[in-house]
Every structure is written in structure tokens, then in C-alpha cells.
Design a protein around this ligand. Sequence first.
Ligand SMILES: NC(=O)C1=CN([C@@H]2O[C@H](COP(=O)(O)OP(=O)(O)OC[C@H]3O[C@@H](n4cnc5c(N)ncnc54)[C@H](O)[C@@H]3O)[C@@H](O)[C@H]2O)[C@@H](O)CC1
Ligand SMILES: Nc1ncnc2c1ncn2[C@@H]1O[C@H](COP(=O)(O)OP(=O)(O)O)[C@@H](O)[C@H]1O
Ligand SMILES: [K+]
Length: 461
Amino acid sequence: MPQPILTAAAMRDAETAAVAAGTTYAALMATAGKAVADTAARFALGRPILVLAGPGNNGGDGYVAASILAERGHDVIVAAHGDARSAEAIAARAAWQGQTIALADAEPRPILIDALFGTGLSRPLDADVATTLQSLVDAAEFSLAVDVPSGVDTDTGADLGAPHGLTATLALGAYKPAHLIEPAAGLCGHLFLADIGVPARGSWHVIARPQLVPPPRDAQKFTRGLVVVVAGAMPGAARLAARAAIHAGAGYVILAGADAGQPEAIVHKPLGDPADLAAILDDDRIGCVLIGPGLGRDDRASALLDIAVASRHPLVVDGDALTLLGREAPHRLAPRADIAMTPHAGEFARMFASADGKLLATLSAARAIDGVVVHKGPDTVVAAPDGRAAVQIERSSWLSTAGSGDTLAGILAARRATGVDFFGAAQQAVWFHTRAAKLAGPAFVADQLSHYLPAAIGECL
Ligand SMILES: NC(=O)C1=CN([C@@H]2O[C@H](COP(=O)(O)OP(=O)(O)OC[C@H]3O[C@@H](n4cnc5c(N)ncnc54)[C@H](O)[C@@H]3O)[C@@H](O)[C@H]2O)[C@@H](O)CC1
Ligand SMILES: Nc1ncnc2c1ncn2[C@@H]1O[C@H](COP(=O)(O)OP(=O)(O)O)[C@@H](O)[C@H]1O
Ligand SMILES: [K+]
């Protein structure tokens, strides 16, 4: 099962359900605190430890960890901020027998455990707290955030004053949006996940390695998936997408409106008049149509887009096609079945309002178009209209290169054409895209990405 992603409220509900099923809040805090202590001890190597303990249960985890580390012989000081509030945090603080100082008096130590605030943060950090925390993180040799970095919004990933430069974050029980969505994700450092015995389920999860099977014994090129890529003003982008589609497992790829170039296996069909597209798309064997990469934004592009939207096939809308749709996207696309779009942040903003952070904004966009939205970026979110979402955890920042999005769109069209629904196909595409980038090594150009797709697919058989 892929790892779930829980909001702060969903995590609290999961904790409540675990308690109803027989455990106690104190036992959960003991497990969480031990996980923090174990992780810190792995990296402390005998160096002095400073634990920053806030007023809530995140601070409670910090006190438990401090006690365990001190019992194991580590040199530990706690810097407390605010009075412990919940019964469990009060008990954890009372059980701590070592030195406690005020946060304002804390001097740097080589190992820092940040247990100031977790999922209960309800407003930005006070400026003095943020400044102290940042200076202690800067001076530490290893810093570990408990559950989430103190000063991020758990559900939106917004930065509410969190320190920069934490070495690592130990997510407790489940990933939260802040572990995966920028800018919070970038503040976590290395991400670890601790099982604290709270069964966590939900409709959001991280994108996991796909599981594929080879084509069936009786497969032939058309049953493997026929993809049509529509080219426009800048045919290079459509060529990249078509190459990606044929390397991502489609059995047959047609490039409509541009010379295919390499590989020769791609079939070129000319598009003199935009209406020629309707004839090409009048074919029941087509498994998916892709329109948008390099399409242009002129009248011809609009005419091609109208024909593609009016066709009966699964449709991926990318690039210029998204800009052409703009605020009309929901109105134009919602009546149409079987649709996916792949906007980057700029294209997304031209179509939809973006309140509440990337995850919720993408889910509401998916509902608005009644289709799958792949909201690209380092923290790519795939959302379905029924409320399911999947977020990228494996990343390659080398993907920030021209043509990389065209490649993703081609992979998505191929995976849909093989018969996977768009929500599944989009997760596969995001995974293969990043995996191909890793196999390609640093500083690849987008043209090279496709060549690594077969190897990436090979890892999933
Ligand atoms: N949900 C779970 O299953 C578990 C949660 N645990 C821990 O509990 C944490 C959540 O605990 P809480 O809900 O107590 O939340 P926090 O520990 O994040 O703290 C909330 C407290 O801080 C105050 N506060 C919020 N924002 C503030 C700000 N900007 N400045 C000053 N004070 C502020 C609030 O009034 C509240 O008293 C998790 O992150 C995790 O570390 C673990 O103990 C074990 C299991
Ligand atoms: N910093 C980054 N880290 C990881 N992936 C990235 C990063 N920047 C871009 N990407 C990915 O690279 C692709 C870029 O797409 P896009 O912006 O449409 O580029 P283009 O239009 O040039 O093809 C997307 O899949 C995106 O998720
Ligand atoms: K924290």
C-alpha cells in the first residue's frame, strides 16, 4: 500500500480511533518520543543534545525523547517554551529529571531536537522564537524536527516562520502535506517516517513505484495503445511528447501535423487544414490524444483544440492548450469524459484560483474540470475529481529543463492508452519521468529522457 498523507485533523482522528481501539494517548506519546530518541541517537555519536520543547504534544514528544536519551547516557538539556498544556505533555514534562532552561536562554549545542510546535501550530511563530530557533539550527551540527519543522502549516505547506537548514524531519505516524508540498517540504531536510502504531488511512497518498505486467501473449500494436499527438506552431515540443509516448509503452504513436524525426517508428500524418484532425481522430483504435505541447495560441491552435475536445477519446491537455482555455477550462472540459491536464504553476494560475495550498487547490481544480489534474513542479500533485490525490516524493531537480514537461505529457498519454485510468496513469507518468531523470544523470537535456524510460519501466515489471 502506498504511504498515506494525512492532514492535522485526519491525524488527530486516526489517533482518536487508535485510542478507542485500546491504546492510550500516553502510550502514543511514549512511542513517538522513543522514535525521536532512536533517530537522534543514531546521529548524535555522543555529542551534547539540546531539546526545544513547546507547550503542546509536540513538546511532550520532546520531553519523552529527552528522558530516554538521558537514561541512555547522553548529555541532554531541555529548553522549554511555554507551559505544557495537555495531560500527556504535563506528565512527560514532570517525568523529565534533567536540566531545563528557558528557550530565550538556550545556548547552541551540536545536536538539536526541535519539538517546539507540531501539527497544532495555529499562527506564525513569534519573531523572537523564530530568530532563536534559526540561530540554534544554524549553530547545530545535526538538527532534527519532531513530526514537522516548527513554523510550517501542516496542511498547506506554507512557511510560518520555520527555520532554514534543518538536517532532518521525523514524520510521526504518517506523512502530512507539509512533508511533500513546497515551501515546507524544502525546509524538512531528510525525511524519515516513524510508525507509531496509529493505523492511518485516507484518500491521499505518496506516489509509489508502479507495478506493471508485460503485454499479454496476444498483444498487438493497436491493443498496446494508440496515441495521437497533435503538433502546432512549435513542432519540437510535440515531437518530444511523441517520442516519450512511444518509449513509455504505447504500441503505436501518430504525430499529427509535424515530421516525426527519430525514431522512425513514429507515424507522421500531415495536417493541412485543422479539419484534417477530425478525420485522423475518427478511429476507434485510438487510446489517447495529447494536445498542447508547442500548439501555439493562434486561431489554428484554437481550431485544433476544439476538434480534440470534441473527439470521443481520452484526452491529455497540456501547455498552450491550457493557456487557450484559461478561466474557461472548467466550463469547456467538465462536460467531457475522460480528461487529464498537466499544468505547471503558471498555467494553473491562468485557469484556477489557488487558495489553501497546492494540494487542496489541485483537488478543487480536478472537481471543477471533472478530470485528473497533474499540477507539476518539484512537488507534483495528481488529483482526481472524487477527492483522491497522490503527491510526488521522489524528485529530480534536473527535470527543470525545457521540454521536460512535454515528455511528461507524452508518457501520460501512453500510460492512459495502455488502458490505465487517468488517475493511475498520471501517477505512473510522474514516477517514470522522475526515474528516467535519475537514470539519465545530471544535466541531461529533455531529448535524452525518453531513452531511459524503458529501463524505468523495466524496474516495475
Ligand atoms: N496525532 C498523533 O497521533 C500524535 C501526535 N503527537 C504529537 O502531537 C503533536 C500535535 O500536538 P498538539 O496538537 O498539542 O500541537 P503542538 O504541539 O503543535 O502545539 C500546539 C500548542 O501550541 C499553541 N500554539 C500554536 N501556535 C502557536 C504559536 N505560533 N505560538 C505559540 N503557541 C502556539 C497552541 O495553542 C497549543 O497549545 C504532533 O505534531 C506530534 O508531535 C504524538 O505525541 C503522538 C501521536
Ligand atoms: N525543481 C524541480 N524539481 C523536480 N521536478 C521539476 C522541477 N522543476 C520542474 N520539474 C518537473 O519538470 C517538468 C517541467 O514541465 P514544464 O514546466 O511544463 O516544462 P516544459 O514546458 O519546458 O516542458 C514537470 O514535470 C515538473 O514537475
Ligand atoms: K517540531
